[in-house]
Write a protein that binds this ligand. Structure first.
Ligand SMILES: Nc1nc2c(ncn2[C@@H]2O[C@H](COP(=O)(O)OP(=O)(O)OP(=O)(O)O)[C@@H](O)[C@H]2O)c(=O)[nH]1
Ligand SMILES: [Mg+2]
Length: 202
């Protein structure tokens, strides 16, 4: 499916693209959208209740008291004339039904990963691979996490060759912006290659 283009307020030639920020429970999706967004981010956080303890897997997630129950939304201008609309997914399994709706028209996705719980990233990787939505894996470097390199993560997640893996700190604006730039470059190349395959190369 072709990525959606949003009409910008000021200049009709401005380009706005939709990006998903996805990944398992508590990997830092809401944190990333909040740290890079230049508008006050929309959040849908609810308290993790005692009632939810039986279904919410909080193992390995430190001091986490809230969880996203619908989506995060933010916006960042990458450079003059190019803005990204960021949609953060909920991380818990019980909200997976929302992912299909959220991914409609996305140029690509960031799959955030935590090396302490790398296996939690498999469902997100599968989701985007099956839908052929270009994605980059961004390893959120929590303190105390084992120092995996990009190559280790790529092998552990059995990523297709060429899928970028970047290390980041989701709390840091510049770091988050770097991840988004890598994604836009990569997704742009992937969509262009597919378009050329469809219409035939000259
Ligand atoms: N130390 C450290 N803590 C982080 C980092 N990113 C997020 N956190 C913390 O980790 C917790 C999880 O962050 P969230 O941004 O809510 O995670 P999420 O992926 O949106 O979680 P769900 O929506 O519940 O799936 C919060 O307590 C953050 O303050 C990071 O890079 N380093
Ligand atoms: Mg969240």
């Amino acid at each position: 499916m072709a990525p959606e283009r949003y009409e910008a307020d000021s200049d009709p030639t401005d380009l706005s693209l939709k990006i998903l920020v996805a990944g398992g429970f508590g990997v830092g999706k809401t944190t990333l959208v909040g740290s890079v967004s230049e508008i006050r981010p929309l959040r849908t956080e609810e308290q993790l209740s005692e009632l939810g303890e039986s279904v919410d897997d909080t193992g390995g997630v430190d001091r986490k008291t809230t969880t996203t129950v619908a989506m995060d939304f933010g916006r960042i201008t990458i450079r003059s004339g190019l803005s990204l609309y960021l949609f953060g997914t909920p991380g818990q399994d019980r909200f997976w039904f929302l992912w299909d709706e959220l991914s409609q028209g996305a140029l690509g996705a960031v799959v955030l990963a935590d090396t302490r719980r790398l296996e939690d990233s498999f469902p997100a990787v599968d989701f985007f691979e099956h839908r052929r939505i270009p994605f980059v894996v961004a390893v959120n470097c929590f303190p105390g996490a084992r120092g995996y390199g990009a190559g280790d993560v790529s092998r552990a997640l059995d990523l297709d060759q060429g899928t970028p893996v970047v290390l980041c700190d989701a709390r840091d604006r510049d770091s988050g912006k770097e991840v988004l730039i890598r994604l836009v470059e990569y997704a742009g190349r992937m969509h262009t290659a597919r378009l050329l395959d469809t219409v035939g190369r000259p």
